[in-house]
Design a protein around this ligand. Sequence first.
Ligand SMILES: Cc1cc2nc3c(=O)[nH]c(=O)nc-3n(C[C@H](O)[C@H](O)[C@H](O)COP(=O)(O)O)c2cc1C
Length: 212
Amino acid sequence: MLHLLSNEIENLDKNKRTNLINCLSGLRAANLIGTINNNGVSNLAIFNSVNHIGANPPLMGFIQRPASVERHTYENIKNTGCFTINHVNQNIYKQAHQTAARFNENESEFEKTGLNEYYSNIIKAPYVAESLVKIGLTFEEEILIKSNNTILVIGSVVELIINEEYLTEDYLIDLGKTKSIAVQGLETYYSANLIATLPYAKPNLNILKPEN
Ligand SMILES: Cc1cc2nc3c(=O)[nH]c(=O)nc-3n(C[C@H](O)[C@H](O)[C@H](O)COP(=O)(O)O)c2cc1C
């Protein structure tokens, strides 16, 4: 059994440490963030840190790595005030992964990976046509995380594009139907299988002990 202490984690080979720490939070949703720059060049990048911030008002956020190199997604959001979040699905995960490569600011990852742009008339930022869950957001605020200089970028949901057949009666998104996938760390992709939908938790509900 490994009992790794912080100094031992720090001394791990860089690649092993990055892999291990990136895996600690378990499966994370794989999303593509679409933006456009002031010259009209579209940009697309994969993110595993997209999070629900709150339902009312509807807010979502993601963690932007420190600005040690050019960060096109972040710069475009700051310049245009909008971005899209698109669920990665089983049909496009290889193209989605390739968007992490460092392209120039005048090169579009859409063109480089063969994914198609889709524009609505609500926001300027491009959606991924092949994604079955498309979310349009306007920039709301950013919070600098002082511990490591990453930035929590928060947006307001202004548009949601999804086929009604992917919603349950209660408006849960059926991730099986949208084929949305998850990623472990930075390179291992998983599909999601539904286990169960449980009733709202209340103190007096009896549940069985965990199964072995
Ligand atoms: C699976 C995966 C998840 C990633 N998640 C993030 C993330 O949450 N935040 C981030 O800043 N970069 C993340 N990256 C790295 C970006 O995709 C990469 O830096 C990309 O080149 C950014 O493009 P941009 O400069 O066009 O914004 C991730 C990469 C991979 C492969």
